[in-house]
Design a protein around this ligand. Sequence first.
Ligand code: MLC
Ligand code: AMP
Length: 496
Amino acid sequence: MPKITSSAHVFANSVAILDPNGEYTYQQLIDASNQWAYRFLLGATDLDGARVAFMVQPGFHYVAVQWGIWKAGGVAVPLCVTYPIASLQYVLEDTGASQVVIDTDFQEVLLPFVSASQLKHHLVHDEVTPQDMSLPEVSSDRPAMILYTSGTTSLPKGVVTTHGNIDFQMSCLVQAWEWKATDRTLCILPLHHIHGIINVIGCSLSVGATCEFMPKFNAVDVFSRLLSGELTVFMAVPTIYFKLISHWDTLSTADQHVIFDTLLKFRLMVSGSAALPVSVMEKWHIISGHWLLERYGMTEIAMAISNPFHGERRPGHVGLPLPGVSVRLMGDNEEIKEELEPGEIQIKGPNVFQSYWNKPSATQETFTEDGWFKTGDVAHLDGGYYKILGRSSVDIIKSGGYKLSALEIEEVLRVHPDIEDCGVVGLPDDEWGEVVAAVLVLKNAITKEEINTWLRARLPGYKVPRLYHFVEELPRNAMGKVTKNDLKIMFYRGSP
Ligand code: MLC
Ligand code: AMP
């Protein structure tokens, strides 16, 4: 069982969670997660790795369900709360989930499918009679969680992490960033990805700190919580800092001074999941007096490289290997790269995931023969600090901190009856890092708005292209492969 669920007894009377419904102690979290575990066990002694999916609003119930699954010996599969049914169905079918937990807000989208598939389901607010049973011993090498990541294949892959992985991922950050029980943080990130799950909820609750939830990001509300003077740690993706800066720009000088004085008292402010532009880091320093701590991570490895808590936080760099994590840069000819030579980031350590769910060959291909995980990100070392230079695949797009697969979006677009062919690329964007853009060859006339409405039934909003360009034919190289750089150039020339 992850240490986070057993160490909670030490902080029993402290406030663990604050969400829109109220305040909850660690003891309430222990009690509620035990009850969830009993509900999942359905009289059995151990779920033995059965997958339990849950579509629950960020907050107390989300964490209680997650811990309940772990305590019962199940594998937690958090569902994105903005997914349309097609994306939810993919995850439920791919994991072979045997039970699903549904929050009131999501019954309309999920319940018809779950009922039709005769999946065992639980509603978060169902009245249940409290039970008392014994819970299984769950060893650290057992799978704990499956998170879906988009990559160089058209369909998202499930990343399986063990309890041991999760324990290490949290304890490593607690050590590096000096988390303490007196900390209080704000969770504004989606909870189907590691940034929110491990770095924010996991770290805070593993040390007895308090985690506040704001289920939907909004710059005005975030500033109002930051200004409460109660928070000590804040973590976000660069797009969020960009949006906060845009809001700050509209405020009076007097308000800006109050913000500076309050934010200066924070212990730590972190940025990650995408490259932090130096201009954003510098502007945030003017706003808050803080040099953001930028770190590098990935669903498969959680966090691997981080600027130091004490010491120089170098703009444009992701820092040094975290304690216990080994990092190397590998060249195309299997040679380890030295200072200022670009190479692929490869990672080894207890943070590295176990496998891609049901995909043994994808798992094998992503590791070197000597067991290093190949990230696909290219970096160089600059005076001991790693600097990310790019990615080995043009088909991976990072937008708002979300990793998107151009291939996945193309695959869905090609199903549209009026679309003959398409190519999807990421275009640089100050706010989003990259925005998704699609070049289409049409069979029949159709508007961008019609395409977007159709896509939103099949993909979450953050995967839907922001820009379209229509052509007679896609540019291809001698091998017949679409030349993605030519697609990008079309948008710089202007879209019709
Ligand atoms: C949303 N929109 C996007 C978008 N996300 N557009 C382009 N790119 C995106 N990524 C669109 C929506 O479709 C919507 O359009 C409009 O923006 C507002 O949507 P929203 O969801 O309300 O946006 P907003 O609330 O402003 O959200 C922005 C955000 C969100 C930055 C809060 O994108 C977010 O939560 N990002 C974090 C993702 C994350 O946690 N990644 C970590 C992965 S783990 P319309 O037309 O409907 O108005 C990882 C490892 C690591 O990367 O190192 O951490
Ligand atoms: P995900 O698969 O959603 O976990 O996204 C992981 C990817 O995010 C990494 O492979 C990187 O490409 C990117 N990433 C994470 N942190 C940073 C960072 N600080 N700078 C640049 N890219 C980052």
